[in-house]
Structures are given as structure tokens and as C-alpha cells.
Design a protein around this ligand. Sequence first.
Ligand code: SF4
Ligand code: SF4
Length: 313
Amino acid sequence: MKATLLNLQRMSTEDGPGIRTTVFFKGCSLSCRWCHNPESIERRPRTAWNPQACLGCRACEPVCPRGALRPPAQGPRPDPQRCQACGACARECPAAALEVLGREWTLDELVGELLRDRAYFEASGGGVTASGGEPSLWPGFVAGLFARLRAAGVSTALDTCGHCSPEALAQCLADADLVLYDLKLLDPELHRRWTGHGPERVLANARALARGLRPGQRLWIRTPLIPGATASPENLAALGGFIARELGPAVERWELLTFNNLCREQYRRLGRSWDFAETALLGAAELERLAAAARGAGLEPARVLVSGPTRLE
Ligand code: SF4
Ligand code: SF4
């Protein structure tokens, strides 16, 4: 069994309890305009060029079997229509300015790699988180991965946007100890505008998930606070009402994750513009207003947690 992964992130402390290794799957089912992980959006591997590292030596151009590095005027940015992510240019580059993002992994290879971190998981109460991109685009692989990890005594977490078929979600959940479930916007029109799809499937899956949690399985809801999009008191009050009313006691915590702009460089390397490149971090007072709206929405306030950077005011 195989899947395409962007990378593994070791020593992660933001994707569930304890020290974790996060597995970033390639491909996503939503198109959030604020996406903080643009390298994961496409399902297939992709080659990125870093203009800041490039020496302009043009050693990469002649080795490309697909002629994907023309025209050279703006630098050797691979043409996505031609590039097959073979990596020949990256191997030739003396400055590591070209990099293939993503590769195929077998299940055996991935499990072997993840079990190397078992001592960290055991010492910290951590484990492995499947994230992305959207892991539910690889349901058979995720199910196999989680089953093998749990059999080896490693705790598992699924980080999902919930925009998938109920069958795919059920497959991924079978051996998930924790679910990190994103709820972004409740208003259908806003959800469509900012993510490319309405929220109906996400909300229906959330309801089914909350009803069907097995004993010991934990559910955390996560909401990114994106200025101008999700970060409004109205949206947080609406989301909080939905969580309290329709998911209720199944929700162990609701995490509000503040906006950061650390991914600007990733967009640049991919040759893509980003609507939020110049957006400032949230201020502390603004964040307090948002947190108050969330805490007043019906869920027990102690279960609403806020994390991430704010700007100095
Ligand atoms: S080989 Fe590397 S440093 Fe030279 S032009 Fe190509 S990307 Fe730039
Ligand atoms: S990864 Fe391969 S196909 Fe893509 S630009 Fe480089 S050499 Fe060409």
C-alpha cells in the first residue's frame, strides 16, 4: 500500500498531546484561501524553486528531460504542466535551490520510520498525527497505518477538515485515538467563498462523529482565526453554538488557533501569490474579544483554548 506524503515533522507539540510525529499527506479536498500549508494542496509531488538561494548558474536547465525549466528569464522555476518531479534538477543544483516536494511511501517504510520515535511518544504521552493536506483522501492507507501503530502501542490522531465521504472518514477513524476536527465557518455562503465548498458535508460528518465516538476516543475541534475570514465574534458565536448544541459533551476541547504568516516563503517558492501575505497578526485585545465570543457561545468556557502568536500593541 502506498501514499504520497509531503514530509514527516518530528517533535511536534501542536497536533495533539505530548511529543508527536506528524505525517503530512499530499492533496486536499478544500481550497482555503488562507491555507498555511500550500505545499500539501496538490496530490502529486511538485518541484519548487527558491529564488533567494539560486546562484543563476543554470546548471539545472540542460538536465531536465521534460524541458520544464524554460523560459529562464525569471529564473528556472519548473513549469508545472511539464515537470514530473523526477528530481534530476534538484540533484544537479549546487545551491539546493530546487526541491521536490513530496514522494511516495509504502506503509511498511512509514511504519518503520515512525516507530523509531517510540521512546519520545512513551516518555511524553505523545504519538503519531496524520495531517496534511487531507489524510482522508488516503483512507485505506491511513486505516492501515493507524492499525499497525496501535498494535505497536503507539497512540494515533487524525487531523481532518471533515470534507470527505462518511465512508472515508469512518475508515480513518477506526483506529484513531484522537480526532482533531476543523470547523472554520458556519455560514454556508462564507464557507463557500473562503474554502471553495459549502459546509454541509463537514457539519454532517461532525454530527455523525460526535454521536459515534467509541469509549476512550477523544474529539478536539479546531478553528483557525483568520483576520477578515473566520476571526469575527459572529462566526465564533455561531460555531460555538453549533458545537455546544449539536456535538455537546463529545467535545473535549475547542482550540482557537491564531493566524500566522510564516508560510509566506512557501508561497513564494511555489510561485503563487497569497491573499494574506501582508495581513498582520491578531492583536491581544482583538483576540480577547474573539475568545470571549467563543466562551460565551454555550460550550463550557474552560474547554475553549487559544494558542498561537499575537502582535505587540
Ligand atoms: S542549478 Fe540551482 S543555482 Fe543553478 S540556476 Fe539552477 S536552481 Fe539556480
Ligand atoms: S524535477 Fe525533473 S521534470 Fe521537474 S523541472 Fe526538475 S528535472 Fe525537470
